[in-house]
Design a protein around this ligand. Sequence first.
Ligand code: 13P
Length: 249
Amino acid sequence: MNTLIAANWKMHGDLSWVTKPSEFRECYPLNGQKVEILLCPPAYLISAMNVACNNQLISLGAQNCHFEMQGAFTGEMSAQMMRDGGASYVIVGHSERRALFGETDKIVAQKADAVSMAGLTPIICVGEDRSQRESGEADEVVGAQLQSSIPLSADGENLVIAYEPVWAIGTGLVPTLEDIAAMHDHIRGILSNRFGVKMAEKIRILYGGSVKPSNAKEILALGDVNGALIGGASLEMDSLAAIAKCVGS
Ligand code: 13P
């Protein structure tokens, strides 16, 4: 599997950012082999970036969607609409959406299901908060989130999991390499139980939380880390490219 380097721009950017894919290509010559680059801009930019990205070997994704296909849901957008705009991935269950917008595991599962039904790949985010880490509950919390956030209909195809410890997001704090490796191993085990070992090996498990050019190499070298989901350090293309260059280096 190729490594997925995914940029979550959150609520940052403006129309001038449609040139970011070409800017990225200037910093990083993509060959489409080892690394897949995914940019997840604010939804209104996806379509314009899709035009700008044409043949640039860069994938586009959304940061959220509604779980219904259409209807009277003022202010919402469906997975089909994201696909229409040119997205091939949708991040679901990011901790900011869980904490600030009340998304439960059940809602996350409904959204992930809608994303798959639309023919896109969900990136399902899980991760413990600081007190859960400190009280030794991280494995249990992440296990429970995975069980309930992965839709019952999932068969493991076209699925990405992102492990993002809440306390590491935007803080500059990162778990030890041992802790990251142990959690990814734990997640792989849960996926194996659910989908079988062979299928579980094909599911990419990303690490997210204060990934930077300075720490990406050692994190991405860990066996069960198949990519990264990057916030702050993905806003500048030279920084994102520096992270991508760490893959297999
Ligand atoms: P930071 O890389 O800014 O810590 O954000 C991580 C994140 O939330 C990606 O989804």
